[in-house]
Write a protein that binds this ligand. Sequence first.
Ligand code: SAH
Length: 217
Amino acid sequence: MSPIFEDSPRFRGLRRRLVEKIAARGITDQAVLRAMERVPRHFFTEPTLIEHAYEDRALPIACKQTISQPYTVAYQTQLLAVQPGHRILEIGTGSGYQTAILCEMGGEVYSVELERLLYERAKALLEQLGYKASLRWGDGHLGWPSFAPFDRILLTAGAEEVPPTLFGQLKEGGRLVAPIGKPPQQIMRLYIKEKGRLICEEKGLFRFVPLRRRELS
Ligand code: SAH
């Protein structure tokens, strides 16, 4: 492992304080907090931004994208109500940090990323760290039909509407969490599929990079 993938008592201390701060902001799911205490976020930030990895804010990554703010990661993951063994589809792998959190919680994770460079980097990093997520370079609007249906679906990019295909890939009793709305702000929506119908709850306001469509080169 290269020196960049070294945890340290100092980073562990900063991480514990960050988790305490997130808990104080209202995250009560202990499994979420435990996972956040275990995953070294500084492995997932740009090397030049390591010193900011345990501040509660989004940071830039390659391809003009961002690694979400830790509170936002915790908030979305808590809404998802992940149980060990759940089959989870994530749209927007980005740095792979959220993917690692879902793996730590015992999820069987499938994650799709539109940007090839981010896909390649996250794949290499997650493998190196021993996380067994399945990653794919592609357009998340299509979901991942060959592994559907999913217990949980998470969008980590802001969409004007949930791509309808994704609802089709959600199991009965499943949950889908997505930030919905035009830039600059989205409202977090939680959908629960019950008896074939979708129940929707609207939660807090957040800012996400947009879910895009792009010709894959
Ligand atoms: N979960 C990520 C957050 C990344 S930001 C993390 O923890 O770092 C959202 C990501 O969604 C970006 O990497 C962006 O490239 C990706 N994205 C945008 N549109 C997409 C699409 N249609 N399909 C898949 N990924 C997409």
